[in-house]
Design a protein around this ligand. Structure first.
Ligand code: C2O
Ligand code: CU
Ligand code: CU
Length: 557
């Protein structure tokens, strides 16, 4: 097994880490173009949106498996047609059920059902599955200490404890998470319950037809249609961005739609990219309804024109197409925004042609020229909806999709969490810290009492003038956002109440974006039914930050 120190050495040497698992191509070596012509995939050009969106169907990539009691989740190297040219080698979760083969299956279970998957590791690195958002005991949670070596397996066994919602699963091994997720390992985990089923019924929604899970991922490809993952020092610090935007592993997708209501469950499965999503028709924003977040349905739906989604977060939205005309097109777009404090704008990405990039060209930021041509916060298109059929549809979007009980914080203990940057991070270079710590697998800097409540005040203090938004994620429990202080204007203007909360803060969450200079207060209830002490993680879901040590163990005692 490759331990963290070896990994650090490899990174420290500035080598291409992609070679480790044999998956990634060595890129940017000036190959002549063979099959990959970027201009065909450039998401800034709406004319490029000509590939049918890959939709979770009854088998294949993202195929839906209903109520499996067990699954053999084989972690394999495989190839998938992503670009419509040469097949792309990926890592995937492969499983066979009833004579059908699935890759990264959409696993769909009801609350309370038992599920006993077996992870079989057939790749050359250690790995472990984490069930993102599920409230499991830590042996089932996918903590990196349980990573299975190459050739080994890991058995899970749990009863789905969560309310209905759009959860997901992905690898979580020490120091290897970013490259394994980037390599393709990620799938949806959809939980149903009675309330969810009655909502779906009343809106006549069907998973895979009118209720469509969409995972957004940005990737880089070389001329042979292979994934490229070669973060330079700056990208290890800031996060690795791709310039080809994939929705369900489809670049520049379109979807034919009817004149009715659609549900999109959007997961930001990107390593580092934040999206500011809006629907646009005839150059005007086309509103949608937010009905759910990470942990399921909201107590009231919000009519919105745009929404930020950070890595790891999910939004559950309804788009009402009953009034549009045949032949209309509506784009899901990423709007421009300011992604970072001053450093990022200058250091990462070529487009600013930033001063620091120039100044430090030979050093730390040396490779910017090889970086993504699509900076964080740049504007581009994501998905084209094409209105194909006129149908009758008269269901009403519910104003109160669910009930959410507010956590009682009258006896809550409060705890400060500080997110900062450091010139000496976990790998002896620039990195990000939580309460001054860089991740150590065997220390537990935070201890909480079981069955108690806490309020965590998370401050993103950055490093001098340098700051980045951090999508902070907790394992084991969901939380409620109590308020935001010091939000940048581009965030603060969407506040729905005097506490500065956003519409996306109004439901159950497991991941929350904390912007530079912001303080976000969250309420947690550490009640659980597992017999022993539990060890969980709290970390940044920017996966380069995650692997760089922006992670902390907490123990529930
Ligand atoms: Cu989706 Cu610990 O992460
Ligand atoms: Cu998680
Ligand atoms: Cu971060």
């Amino acid at each position: 097994m490759l331990n963290r120190r070896d990994f650090a050495k490899i990174i420290g040497a500035g080598a291409i880490i992609g070679g480790i698992g044999g998956l990634y191509a060595i890129s940017n070596m000036g190959f002549p173009r063979i099959t990959y012509d970027y201009s065909v995939f450039d998401p800034k050009n709406p004319a490029n949106f000509s590939r049918p969106l890959r939709i979770p169907k009854s088998s294949g990539v993202f195929g839906v498996i209903n109520s499996p009691s067990n699954l053999e989740m084989n972690v394999v190297t495989d190839s998938v047609d992503v670009l419509g040219a040469a097949p792309t080698n990926i890592w995937g979760y492969k499983t066979d059920v009833g004579g059908e083969t699935y890759i990264n299956p959409t696993i769909r279970l009801k609350k309370g059902e038992n599920f006993s998957p077996n992870l079989v590791n057939k790749i050359q690195q250690e790995t472990i599955i984490h069930w993102h958002g599920l409230h499991l005991d830590w042996k089932n949670d996918g903590h990196p200490v349980y990573a299975a070596d190459s050739g080994k397996n890991y058995e899970y066994n749990f009863k789905v404890p969560n309310r209905a919602g759009t959860y997901w699963y992905h690898p979580h091994p020490m120091g290897l998470t970013a490259q394994q997720v980037y390599g393709g390992l990620a799938g949806f985990f959809i939980v149903d319950d009675d309330e969810e089923e009655s909502l779906s019924r009343s809106l006549n929604l069907e998973l895979g037809t009118t209720d469509i899970p969409i995972v957004l991922q940005d990737r880089r490809f070389n001329q042979e249609s292979q994934l490229v993952y070669n973060p330079n020092h700056m990208e290890q610090f800031m996060g690795f961005l791709g310039d080809t935007i994939l929705a369900n592993l489809t670049p520049n997708p379109y979807l034919d739609v009817d004149t009715r209501v659609y549900r999109f469950r959007i997961l930001n499965g990107s390593n580092a990219r934040i999206y500011r999503l809006a629907f646009v028709k005839d150059n005007k924003k086309f509103p949608f309804q937010l009905i759910g977040t990470d942990g399921g349905l909201l107590e009231r739906s919000f009519k919105m024109s745009e929404v930020f989604v950070g890595p790891g977060e999910r939004i559950d939205i309804l788009v009402d197409l009953t009034e549009v005309s045949l032949g209309d097109t509506i784009f899901l777009k990423n709007l421009g925004f300011v992604s970072t404090g001053m450093m990022g704008n200058m250091g990462r990405g070529m487009n600013g042609g930033g001063m620091m990039g120039g100044m430090m060209g030979g050093g730390m930021m040396g490779d910017v020229a090889n970086g993504s041509s699509l900076d964080d916060g740049e504007e581009f298109f994501v998905l084209k909806l094409v209105v194909k059929n006129k149908v009758g549809y008269d269901a009403q979007i519910p104003e109160e999709p669910s009930k959410i009980e507010r956590l009682d914080i009258s006896n809550a203990k409060s705890r400060r969490i500080t997110l900062s940057g450091s010139m000496m991070g976990g790998m002896g270079m620039m990195g990000w810290l939580i309460n001054g710590y860089s991740y150590d697998l065997y220390s537990y800097p935070i201890q909480v009492n079981r069955d108690s409540s806490e309020v965590w005040e998370i401050s993103n203090v950055g490093m001098g003038h340098m700051g980045m938004p951090h999508p902070m994620h907790i394992h084991g429990f969901s939380f409620q956002v109590l308020g935001r202080l010091g939000s940048p204007t581009q965030i603060g203007r969407y506040a729905i109440d005097d506490n500065g909360r956003l519409a996306t803060d109004s439901g159950w969450k497991d991941t929350v974006l904390v912007w530079p200079g912001e303080k976000v207060a969250i309420a947690l209830d550490f009640s659980h039914k597992y017999p022993d002490e539990q060890i969980y993680l709290f970390h940044c879901h920017n996966l380069e930050h995650h692997d760089g040590g922006m992670m902390i163990n907490y123990k529930v005692i």
